[in-house]
Design a protein around this ligand. Structure first.
Ligand code: PGA
Length: 246
């Protein structure tokens, strides 16, 4: 039995007062049946750590460098994230792939460095609307994941995967539970074939998950929780989604 995991992706939102209010609202609503984490902007990591350390809520980052250390101005390494107590870091979010031209190979490199530092990479995959319309969804997500699996070799079973159709992110247009389940089943079969541990690995769904659609998505057999953007910014909304993952 895979425990559900709900991860908030704050993206570039927040402020110290807003974060304090959001985190205290989440803390006050505990306990949750699901595992819960928030991926916050880098400057807020230490404060999130201090606020959450005594709870079972985990925290993480939204990216990391593909380099271990060195002259890479503006970058943040996996080791630094580990020092901030990060349990998770997102890699390959579609916004990074689109706006920063991140390739599958770069995403794989980041995942590798994170695992080496004991931080669990949440590897995001997903097709654009044009790719879906062209019938390429399965090919695209399998290609994105296979590069990571290949690079990680025997460690591949340590990652979390997030299926996030690009057309569903921030658009209010969610994949139907059946559409999402179909892709999750493909990804799980791929993970099982490559690692032998697909049955215990977590595959999250992301893309316009809200309090009112979360329960039906999470009820699908291969959907192990959610990666939540917009609805993770208000405690009441995020808490309702966490509770939907019973
Ligand atoms: P959304 O974002 O929930 O606002 O659609 C999800 C994500 O980008 O991780």
């Amino acid at each position: 039995m895979r425990n559900k995991l709900i991860v908030g992706n704050w993206k570039m939102h927040g402020s110290r007062p807003a974060n304090a209010e959001l985190l205290s609202g989440i803390l006050a609503a505990r306990p949750f049946a699901a595992d819960v984490a928030v991926c916050v902007p880098f400057p807020y990591l230490f404060e999130a750590a201090a606020t959450l350390a005594a709870s079972e809520i985990r925290w993480g980052a939204q990216d990391c460098s593909a380099h271990d250390q060195g002259a890479y101005t503006g970058e943040v390494s996996a080791q630094m994230l580990a020092e901030c107590g990060c349990r998770y870091a997102l890699v390959g979010h579609s916004e990074r792939r689109a706006y920063h031209h991140e390739s599958d190979a770069l995403v794989a490199e980041k995942a590798k460095l994170l695992l080496a530092r004991g931080v669990t990479p949440i590897v995001c995959v997903g097709e654009t609307l044009a790719e879906r319309d062209a019938g390429q969804t399965e090919d695209v997500v399998k290609r994105q994941l296979s590069v990571v699996i290949h690079a990680l070799a025997h460690c591949a079973s340590e990652i979390v995967v997030a299926y996030e159709p690009v057309w569903a992110i921030g658009t209010g247009r969610t994949a139907t539970p059946e559409q999402a389940q179909q892709v999750h089943a493909v990804l799980r079969a791929q993970l099982q074939a490559a690692t032998g541990h697909g049955e215990r690995m977590k595959i999250l769904y992301g893309g316009s998950v809200k309090a009112d659609n979360a329960a039906t998505l999470f009820a699908m057999p291969d959907i192990d929780g959610g990666l939540i953007g917009g609805a993770s910014l208000k405690a009441a909304d995020f808490v309702a989604i966490c509770r939907a993952a019973a």
